[in-house]
Design a protein around this ligand. Structure first.
Ligand code: ADP
Ligand code: MG
Length: 604
């Protein structure tokens, strides 16, 4: 007798369940996808016991008739794929026809469903893979699926589940992230009979606010490439400093995915804007021609594969960088535009060359201090930066707010004074604007250094003793391909023989580092560089160096500023391409509205 046997249907379902139904959240995910595929515009989910006691999902989608209810329980039964040609371009969330039979094989499941045309619905009870009865039953149009005693027949699997709290947080995440792609669908979640959230039908912005519980500024991301690739992204990023514990949710063709490539692109687009150790946060919805993305890589469809990953990466870096630039322009116009019927201002609208609020290159290129050690940073009237934090100074009688004799103004901002020798206090349109002088100046200097770097105006320094370096094939290939770019970065390398190269000069900026490290870092940067040409991405180590140089050269906390100096700082902020955050991602400006301040004093 042959030893090889075909698995029973029952066993095959249980094996499939091992892949598809990992934990209660997978049940929620599969059932939710079915409801959305069925065109529901309202989906309500109830959970008990972390999802193992009960998952109940009610939708108002197209429903199933009696035959379909039974068919839906068969393995590889789906209404979503009819022939092989569709597999290359999947447009629904489900397609494998595995979910219902898999879930049914590891739980006690009830399906109750009705189509619009039918007077009554159909109810089917399945117990651990065995159909226990089908009968007519009344119900509203749509489908109700109840899953009880999940893994009741698989004690080993149940043991692997984490605490109820962890399982609930996975369930919560599944619904939140999926809800981002379906803003017109209302979602609600109840746990042990208590409402956790209820998202009404909304637009994307409102849905993002609901999902992230976020009220602050959102940075819209919107970009598209026409043509056959049909790449498109829309979404919102949260201000990096406003929601430190939020995460980035990525959806590709309405499917929440974990994609390191896109994540990486977002971080790259946020370079010099994200606080060290902080994660980007927000929701990005990509649309790609279905044939250019493979979603059938993972049974739970969490991962995907792009045919043209490089292009998608470049596209995303640019889209995110542009969102930030738009945000800068927006903040600039809110902060520096002269109010319509404002009081007399120092710089009238006619003398403001930047009133158009277009993105612009950093101004005053000729004053770019490439070597701030020798060339004192502007404004030149500032005292040499004493590296002392004001709280460390001996207490001496000094006004906390030093008020300028006559009120200085700039572009609609009236200077109130300097607070703690660290913050500029300004007033505009009934708002109090607080500016961190060090962070502000740090960003201005960083932008100039970066600009100089991108323009390849990098002074290089010859090494007294040239050093050799062994390059692996990847690095050697990059070096040969990018030899001009490498030279322009102020590093001089020559081929020596075999796998050996000689470094003869390094960028003066990094002359204190090991030349070998500098070269490999630059090569890594060039190899992974995605944005060709404009506003290229600066290699990580160089970026860190630029930021720390800017920090050292910037005015410090404790530097007392004269009114002219404060105005000069504001002017430079306005002229800086990016100014709202320091290069480490800390905010530069904080604004308090009249209402906000009124609330402190219970004035309503
Ligand atoms: P898939 O979603 O991959 O097709 P499933 O096992 O999840 O496989 O579902 C099988 C079929 O059952 C679906 O193709 C669909 O026709 C039907 N179905 C499942 N859930 C629903 C629902 N909530 N509303 C309407 N039809 C459903
Ligand atoms: Mg499905």
């Amino acid at each position: 007798m042959s030893r090889i046997r075909i698995l029973s249907e029952h066993l095959a379902n249980q094996i499939a369940a091992g892949e598809v139904v990992e934990r209660p959240a997978s049940v929620v995910k599969e059932l939710l996808e079915n409801s959305l595929d069925a065109g529901a515009d309202r989906v309500d989910i109830q959970v008990e016991g972390g999802g193992t006691r009960l998952v109940r999902i009610v939708d108002n989608g197209i429903g199933m008739d009696g035959d379909d209810v039974l068919l839906s329980l068969e393995r590889h039964a789906t209404s979503k794929l009819t022939d092989e040609s569709q597999l290359g371009a999947i447009a629904t969330l489900g397609f494998r026809g595995e979910a219902l039979p898999s879930i049914g094989s590891v739980s006690r499941m009830t399906i109750l469903s009705r189509i619009r045309e039918a007077a009554t619905g159909t109810r089917a009870d399945i117990r651990y893979g065995i159909l226990h009865g089908v009968h007519e039953d009344g119900c509203a149009r749509g489908t109700i699926i109840e899953v009880r005693s999940l893994f009741g027949n698989l004690p080993a699997r149940k043991k692997f589940l984490k605490t109820i709290r962890t399982e609930l947080s996975h369930i919560d995440e599944v619904i939140r992230s999926q809800s981002l792609a379906h803003q017109l669908v209302a979602f609600s979640l109840q746990v042990e009979g208590r409402k956790v959230f209820s998202f009404p039908a909304a637009d994307l912005e409102q849905r993002v606010r609901d999902v992230f519980r976020y009220q602050d500024t959102l940075l819209p991301v919107q970009a598209a490439i026409d043509g056959e690739d049909g790449l498109q992204v829309s979404g919102y990023l949260l201000l990096p400093d406003a929601a430190p514990s939020s995460r980035l949710r990525i959806l590709v063709n309405s499917r929440p995915v974990q994609d390191r490539m896109i994540r990486h692109a977002v971080m790259e687009g946020l370079q010099g804007f994200l606080m060290k150790g902080h994660q980007p946060a927000g929701a990005l919805l990509l649309e790609v021609a279905p044939e250019l993305v493979d979603v059938n890589v993972h049974p739970a469809k969490r991962e995907i594969r792009f045919r043209n990953a490089g292009e998608v990466h470049r596209f995303m870096v640019r889209a995110v960088a542009r969102a930030i630039q738009q945000h800068q322009n927006q903040v600039r116009s809110e902060l520096f535009s002269v109010p319509e019927q404002g009081a007399a201002v120092a710089t009238g609208p006619g003398s403001n060359p930047f009133a158009d609020n277009q993105p612009r290159q950093p101004a005053h290129q000729q004053t770019v201090p490439m070597e701030p050690e020798t060339d004192p940073p502007t404004p030149r009237t500032m005292e040499p930066a004493a590296d002392v934090f004001p709280y460390d100074e001996p207490v001496r009688p000094q006004p906390i707010v030093s008020q300028p004799e006559k009120q200085a103004e700039f572009s609609g901002l009236t200077l109130i004074g300097q607070f703690l020798q660290l913050y500029l206090l300004c007033e505009r349109d009934g708002q109090l604007v607080v500016i961190d002088q060090h962070a502000a100046h740090e960003r201005i200097l960083y932008q100039r250094l970066r600009h100089g770097y991108e323009q390849r105006e990098i002074p290089s320094q010859s090494l007294m003793f040239p050093v050799t370096i062994e390059l692996g094939p990847d690095h050697a290939e990059t070096l040969e391909k990018e030899i001009e770019a490498v030279a322009a970065l102020g590093i001089q390398v020559e081929y020596f023989g075999d796998t050996t190269w000689v470094i003869k000069a390094v960028p003066a900026l990094v002359s204190q580092l090991s030349p070998q490290d500098v070269l490999t870092d630059i090569l890594d940067g060039l190899r992974n560089r995605s944005s060709t040409g404009l506003s290229g991405v600066v290699p990580e180590c160089i970026d860190t160096l630029l930021a720390s140089m800017a920090c050292k050269a910037a005015i410090k906390a404790g530097n007392r500023l004269q009114p002219e100096e404060m105005v000069e700082l504001l002017k430079q902020m306005e002229n800086s391409q990016v100014f709202s955050h320091c290069p480490h991602g800390r905010p530069v400006i904080k604004t308090f509205s009249r209402q906000e301040i009124g609330k402190w004093f219970h004035r309503t």
